[in-house]
Design a protein around this ligand. Structure first.
Ligand SMILES: NC(=O)c1ccc[n+]([C@@H]2O[C@H](COP(=O)([O-])OP(=O)(O)OC[C@H]3O[C@@H](n4cnc5c(N)ncnc54)[C@H](O)[C@@H]3O)[C@@H](O)[C@H]2O)c1
Ligand SMILES: [Zn+2]
Ligand SMILES: [Zn+2]
Length: 343
């Protein structure tokens, strides 16, 4: 098969012939139908993910058609169209038995701990637990996004943030995760404030349902501006992963608010306004993807016409474009979401 391989971090990426994956027990092999370019793929290529060993094939936000079923897999058949979370839980450890596969102790991550979907084929580990059959009404590209950014935003806004109708949601960074967070805020009936440094990203956020926008380049005190506009947010989400956006998110909150950290930090520690966390009894919540057991709830929102992930997509690519498009993410030049749809 063809796959986009890098031999070293920050090195060139080349689409080359490699061996086809063979399904190990419990796994399925899928023909990749669509795969998104998530900033976590960029972080991986950049060398900040300790799970990645080179040579490597990224790509963790995919939908595929099952072409081979490994020993012991019961629920899946050849021909099934499936999506899997980027954190594939084992299904048997304590967090998995609690339905919290995203923090599984034996998790595997296609595109990080093993080769992923910037390839014609990839495999899904613990397939009975993680490969979710996609309803026929959902397009390939929308289904792919559920595997990472749409699923993660759901986890952050709905499950961890516990956003309620009539509350204020503030979203810092309106790329793939952030636009999906905006869409869930809208779907839940919240008032949504979108913050970004790109006017194009803010325009997309408005298209997805943001009520108000703030340009972080021209706003000195983003947190103060959110207080001035609406009295502070009940839930605020860092959808970039930077000391500035994490701090802005915390400082955007009203008393008892919930800060949700989705954006990954390239460094293991960051300075945050902890005194504000104490003074206002804020909650600080982490997010690590979404269990496959909850994907049905997202498909239901799509079915009800309350969520349209296609509206986030601004660029459709071929596998041959990955060697150029992935490193280019460093410049933040492309607003919205890029999806590889031609393998
Ligand atoms: N925790 C998880 O489970 C999880 C899952 C998916 C992605 N992530 C992480 O989430 C982050 C976002 O991923 P993505 O694919 O949506 O990224 P993206 O590149 O699509 O979006 C980032 C957005 O942030 C904006 N931005 C840049 N600087 C800013 C600033 N100072 N203030 C406000 N906005 C700013 C950019 O213009 C862009 O619109 C990444 O760190 C990614 O690795 C984490
Ligand atoms: Zn991702
Ligand atoms: Zn587990």
């Amino acid at each position: 098969m063809r796959a986009a391989v890098y031999e070293q971090f920050r090195g060139p990426i080349a689409v080359v012939e490699v061996a086809d994956p063979v399904p190990q027990p419990g796994e399925v092999v899928v023909e990749v139908l669509a795969v998104g370019l998530c900033r976590s793929d960029y972080h991986g290529w950049h060398g900040t993910d300790p799970d990645i060993v080179c040579p490597h094939v990224g790509g963790h936000e995919f939908v595929g058609r099952v072409v081979a079923v490994g020993a012991g897999v019961r629920r899946l058949r050849e021909g099934d169209r499936v999506v899997a979370p980027f954190v594939c839980g084992c299904g048997a450890c304590e967090p998995c038995l609690l339905g919290q596969h995203q923090v599984c102790r034996r998790q595997q991550q296609p595109g990080f701990t093993r080769w992923g979907a910037f390839a014609q084929y990839t495999s899904v580990p613990f397939a009975d637990t993680n490969a979710v059959v996609v309803p026929p009404t959902v397009t390939d590209e929308a289904a792919a996004l559920v595997g990472c950014r749409v699923g993660t935003a759901y986890r952050g806004v709905v499950e961890r943030g516990r956003l309620a109708a009539g509350e204020v949601l503030c979203v810092h960074g309106c790329g793939g995760v952030g636009l999906a967070a905006v869409a869930f805020g809208r779907a839940l009936g919240a008032q949504v404030i979108a913050v970004d440094i790109s006017p194009d990203a803010l325009a997309l956020a408005v298209a997805l349902g943001a009520d108000l926008t703030l340009d972080a380049r021209t706003t000195d005190d983003v947190g103060g501006a959110v207080h001035d506009l609406v009295g502070g947010a009940h839930v605020s989400v860092d959808c970039l992963g930077h000391a500035a956006t994490a701090s802005n998110s915390i400082l955007s909150l009203r008393a008892l608010g919930r800060h949700v950290q989705i954006g990954l930090f390239p460094t293991p520690a960051a300075e945050l306004p902890i005194s504000r966390v104490i003074r206002d009894e804020l909650e600080v919540l982490g997010v690590h993807g979404l269990s496959a057991s909850r994907f049905g709830q997202i498909f239901e929102l799509m079915d009800q016409g309350r969520l349209h992930p296609e509206a986030m997509i601004t660029q459709r690519l071929a596998l041959a474009d990955v060697p150029r498009a992935l490193p280019a993410m460093g410049s933040f030049g492309q607003p919205g979401v890029s999806v590889v749809t031609t393998m």
